[in-house]
Design a protein around this ligand. Structure first.
Ligand code: ATP
Ligand code: MG
Length: 441
């Protein structure tokens, strides 16, 4: 097997230079893990990790700028011009008794370091100087066959670290690989163990899925492998929830949700992707057969459910607030032609509006395909321009004081009413605003 060529980028050159320096000093040094897998798949690695037989103290002595981030586990960060590179000493792991961390680690050789990794395609090394792939785990054959396979006994590996269950779904989905039958069976059998993993670690895996253009495929695998119900039962129960066929020819709520995720822009932000995932999360709970199938209030209920779900997974408040907005507002489009001018302007000027618009497009494409309100909103937004959407304030509290008003809550009400008049286009200058305020007082 000829080794893939390193890309001609600064991070790749820096990582290769670190390997060269370690080699000069008499050590073995290899690129390891995800970057080797990605290079072999012709994908651009996110970062380059180095594995070596040099001990952490030795790595620190060989490079001028280092940070001992996890010296106990043998991980030292070497700071280079183009950013940090993780240099990890080859290690073997002891038994796991908590389903999270090894009880002990010991420094070992490259082969032992490959054996401790999760999947064969993540267990490959690349010697950048010799130009050679080093494969102790059959990872090359699995890469070629597009197969995700646990290293060693799958049941044992998943019971060691329960997060690997979810990582299996992530890598299978994002790489578009099949899961080896024994590995898939082990995930399904022990899926419930995922419940013991901390919300922060689950959040990180979920976010990596959602930030990829293949997000829907990763989530379908998560569900197929029996994992979705363990940490996101609200999404799992979307399966089989019928929708009115005249609006949703595509099928049930789960199918629709996955299609929406597929129709988001490939580089959608985390909040937009979470909005796509959760916009219809209240449909199962609000399902009703009336004149037709209806999901009354699923926007409002869904926004509340989204907050609870994202808090449970420990997402930051700024993320939660934005997703709450997207879910709460995702049906307002049909009101836009009848909105009062001030309401329409506030709707179009909202902080997350561009994401709401992208969600709307994906929501339509993932169902009936008609984009009724898109042109209307986009042209209105362009027509108003920034000045009319978010006009500068015409008066301040100070102005009201000069007119003889005492400071207090009433002042806020007056300023709010003035903003309304301004957005409605009835007051357009400071003089008009002063005259209006005089009359009000
Ligand atoms: P990504 O592109 O998502 O970063 P990656 O393969 O680099 O993919 P990381 O989570 O960054 O994944 O981990 C780097 C490497 O460390 C993996 O390729 C794998 O070899 C090993 N690894 C990471 N997490 C685990 C784990 N929980 N159990 C075993 N090995 C792991
Ligand atoms: Mg990585």
């Amino acid at each position: 097997m000829t080794a893939p060529r390193l890309p001609d980028t600064a991070p790749a050159r820096q990582a290769a230079a670190i390997c060269a320096r370690l080699r000069e000093a008499g050590h073995r040094a290899l690129l390891a893990g995800g970057c080797v897998r990605d290079l072999l798949l012709d994908a651009v690695p996110k970062d380059f990790d180095v594995a070596t037989d040099a001990r952490p103290e030795r790595v620190q002595a060989l490079f001028p700028r280092t940070v001992a981030v996890g010296a106990a586990f043998g991980v030292v960060v070497v700071v280079t011009e183009s950013g940090p590179v993780e240099v990890a000493t080859f290690r073997a792991e002891g038994a796991y008794s908590d389903g999270r961390h090894p009880d002990s680690v010991s420094f070992g050789d490259a082969e032992a370091d490959a054996q401790r990794r999760d999947f064969t395609v993540n267990g490959l090394f690349l010697d950048p100087l010799a130009g050679e792939v080093v494969d102790y785990v059959g990872g090359l054959a699995d890469l070629k066959a597009k197969r995700l396979r646990a290293i060693g006994d799958p049941g044992l590996r998943f019971r060691e670290d329960h997060l690997r269950l979810l990582r299996a779904a992530r890598f299978a989905g994002l790489l578009g690989f099949g899961v080896d039958p024994a590995t898939a069976a082990a995930v399904r059998r022990d899926a419930a163990l995922l419940a013991t993993v901390s919300p922060e670690r689950i959040q990180q895996e979920l976010s990596k899925m959602l930030l990829s253009p293949r997000r829907a495929e990763a989530l379908r695998r998560t569900s197929d492998l029996g994992l979705m119900g363990v940490f996101l039962p609200e999404v799992e129960t979307m399966k089989g929830v019928e929708q009115p066929p005249e609006f949703h020819p595509e099928g049930d709520v789960f199918l629709h949700t996955m299609l929406v995720l597929d129709h988001l822009p490939p580089d959608a932000s985390l909040t937009l992707a979470l909005g796509g995932l959760l916009h219809d999360v209240a449909k199962p709970a609000t399902f009703q057969r009336a004149d037709r199938i209806r999901f009354n209030n699923h926007d409002r209920v869904g926004a509340e459910m989204s907050v609870a779900i994202l808090q449970r997974l420990k997402f930051p408040n700024a993320v939660i607030e934005r997703v709450e907005y997207l879910v709460a507002e995702h049906l307002r489009w049909k009101d836009t032609p009848n909105m009062r001018l001030s309401t329409l302007k506030r709707f179009l000027a909202a902080e997350g509006f561009e994401e709401l618009l992208a969600l709307y497009v994906a929501d339509c494409k993932g169902s009936h395909g008609k984009l009724d309100f898109y042109d209307f909103c986009v042209s209105k937004k362009a027509e108003f321009g920034v000045e009319k959407l978010k006009p500068a304030k015409l008066l301040t509290g100070h102005d009201l004081v000069t007119l003889g008003m005492a400071p207090g809550p009433k002042m806020g009400e007056i300023l709010k009413a003035l903003e309304e008049e301004q957005l409605e286009g009835r007051i357009n200058s400071r003089d008009e605003a002063m005259a209006w305020a005089r009359r009000r007082l």
